[in-house]
Structures are given as structure tokens and as C-alpha cells.
Design a protein. Structure first.
Length: 302
């Protein structure tokens, strides 16, 4: 669910990716979440006033969708350097062009440009690979991505040798980092997305090894899944109550919780608790209010 949307450019469905190509993770360490100022007093924060009313409504809903899923932990001081799984779009490019989807894509780009607040930014990711549908049409997939500039930089610094092979340095714009990883060969692409999605290093190592082994044998390497709580949850099976959070990564079958996992869980817990409390009063019955909530959150103490 989490990384699947950025990794799905290779084709396949979300459920398959969660079990085979998206359950990865990475970061050398997880910083404690500060409660102080993250945005300079003179900096704008989600200035959507230049957007049309329709685009403003989309911006508000998009931010809520990120916050209800693992994007909360990108907004929460970059526990996850980037997050996706929001507003995925398939644009038919052959044999005819889907102009309605293109108009939606253009709207998403306008919205992404406005979703900037301090370290937070957004971009519409366009995947390199295209997919062929059963009706023989060809589509190109996109997904909205939220990023935390400082966290992306710290991740690059923590894995400098790896990112250097992709031509990425700490000063690289996060949007260019995402594209460098997207266009990397298969295994480095898995690893790069794992690091950017903010999961423990040993989970990334496992996923890359398991993916390579699976490619060679044609079988799925057994694994367990670790989850960090999110407001939005998925059902474990058809007809079941939604209990499965969307912040998830894979580890070897039967593996004990690692120190990095413990640090990740400890850093995430207060962010989730704060969001649950704030959401109760900030988000209205019509699902509006996310922009105001995070304008306050990210500028607290200014």
C-alpha cells in the first residue's frame, strides 16, 4: 500500500506489490519528533488562495488523504521522507489520448505546487514504465507524492554511497531524487524507494535479497509484515472489518523486532496520538479542515 504506488510503474496490482515488490524500508535512524517551530515566521504555509475554489477543495482533500494514511509521518517531521498512495491516476496514451484524465493530471499538478509549507512539498510522480491493458490500450500511471526536504536530505546522507551511484547528493531536489530512483535498475530502484519511504535498513536489505531470489526462483520468499498505525485502515480479507494500517513493511519470516523498528515505532506513536486528537475537532463531517489543521500544526509556536 505505502510504497506500492511509486513502485507500481513496473506493472501489477497493488495487492501483489504489497506482498512482492513494495514491502521495503529504510533509514539509518529515526529522529525524535520535535514539538517546536518547523516553519520560519515569514514563510507561507499551504497558500492555496491563488487556486480556484474547485482546486482548493481538492488540495484540502488531498492533504487529508495523506494525513489519514502514512503521509502523516511525512508531515510529522519527516519520519517518512516521502509518502504516496494518494490520487493514483492512469492516463490512456494509446491508441487514443484520454483528455479527461490529462485535465485531472493538470489539476493535481496545480494542487501539488500549492502544497508547500516549510520542509513539506508535493509533486505528481509520473512512472517511467507504461502498462498494456487487456483491451490493448496503453496507459501511463501517476501518483501524488508528499516529501519532507530535510528528511530526504538526511536519508541521502545516511546512505551516501548508494545514492551517489544514482548521481544523487544531499543537495539534490527531492523531486529529482524520486526520478533518479524511479529510473534506476530493478534492485537499486527497490532499495532507493525503500530508503525514501523511511523503513528500517534491515527491512530494505531483506526485501532486495528476497526480490532477487524471487526473480531467480519464481517463488515468493516467506515474510512477515510490520505495521505502524494510521487512521485509514484496510480489511485483512474480503468482508472483514478494516484493521490493517497502510504504513507497512516486510521482514524475514519469524524475525524479532529490530532496534530500528523500535525507534521507528517510538517516534511514530506521539505523532499518531496528536493527529487523532486534533482530527476529532479539526476535520468536519464533509471531510474538510485538513489545510487549517496542518497550517496550525506546522507553524505552532511561531
Amino acid at each position: 500500500m505505502f510504497a506500492a504506488q511509486l513502485i507500481r510503474g513496473t506493472g501489477g496490482v497493488l495487492a501483489a506489490l504489497v506482498c512482492t515488490t513494495a514491502c521495503v524500508g529504510a533509514r539509518a535512524s529515526v529522529r525524535p519528533v520535535p514539538t517546536g517551530v518547523t516553519v520560519p515566521s515569514s514563510a507561507p504555509c499551504f497558500t492555496v488562495s491563488t487556486l480556484s475554489p474547485a482546486d482548493q477543495q481538492v488540495a484540502d482533500r488531498v492533504l487529508l488523504e495523506f494525513a489519514d494514511r502514512e503521509g502523516l509521518y511525512t508531515l510529522g517531521d519527516g519520519i517518512k521522507p516521502i509518502s504516496s498512495n494518494v490520487r493514483d491516476l492512469s492516463v490512456r496514451i494509446a491508441p487514443t489520448l484520454d483528455t479527461l484524465a490529462l485535465a485531472t493530471l493538470d489539476q493535481q499538478r496545480r494542487v501539488a505546487a500549492a502544497l508547500t509549507c516549510g520542509e513539506i512539498g508535493a509533486v505528481v510522480q509520473v512512472f517511467t514504465a507504461t502498462q498494456r491493458r487487456r483491451d490493448s490500450s496503453e496507459v501511463r500511471s501517476t501518483s501524488m507524492v508528499l516529501y519532507h526536504r530535510g528528511a530526504v536530505r538526511r536519508t541521502i546522507e545516511a546512505h551516501a554511497a548508494f545514492f551517489a551511484m544514482l548521481g544523487v547528493t544531499p543537495s539534490t531536489d527531492p523531486r529529482d531524487v524520486i526520478q533518479a530512483v524511479e529510473n534506476a535498475p530493478r534492485s537499486p530502484r527497490w532499495r532507493g524507494y525503500g530508503y525514501l519511504f523511511g523503513y528500517p535498513d534491515d527491512a530494505v536489505d531483506f526485501f532486495v535479497r528476497a526480490g532477487e531470489a524471487g526473480d531467480a526462483s519464481g517463488t515468493l520468499v516467506p515474510r512477515d509484515f510490520r505495521r505502524i498505525d494510521t487512521w485509514h485502515k484496510y480489511a485483512e480479507s474480503a468482508g472483514a472489518a478494516p484493521t490493517q494500517s497502510s504504513f507497512v513493511f516486510a521482514v524475514p519470516k519469524g524475525a524479532p523486532e529490530s532496534e530500528q523498528e523500535r525507534r521507528l515505532r517510538a517516534a511514530a506513536a506521539p505523532v499518531y496520538a496528536r493527529y487523532v486528537q486534533a482530527r476529532r475537532t479539526a476535520i468536519q463531517p464533509d471531510s474538510t479542515g485538513a489545510l487549517a489543521l496542518f497550517q496550525r500544526w506546522l507553524t505552532a509556536g511561531r
